[in-house]
Unconditional design. Sequence first.
Length: 94
Amino acid sequence: MASCAGCQADLSPLRAGERLPRLAACPRCHAELHACRQCRFYDAFARRCRNPHVDEPPADHERSNFCDYLEPGDPPPPPPAAGDAFEGLFGGRP
């Protein structure tokens, strides 16, 4: 885990492969870290879990949960703004 999904704070003191306590929080923004959005299996664009072992993922992806399969990972980058995407495709703004 390199950064918080909420504020992008450096979380490198938390070692990769280390299990997070259920109530772990970001030291900067206090976001809950044992949450789907902080997991490497969470697909932020589809807003769902991609872990094949999870039958019924938690309903709230922002809050702490009891998932035994949570593996901390870097959160995905936010999607580009529509204007930026247009500029990237066509080389200029509409």
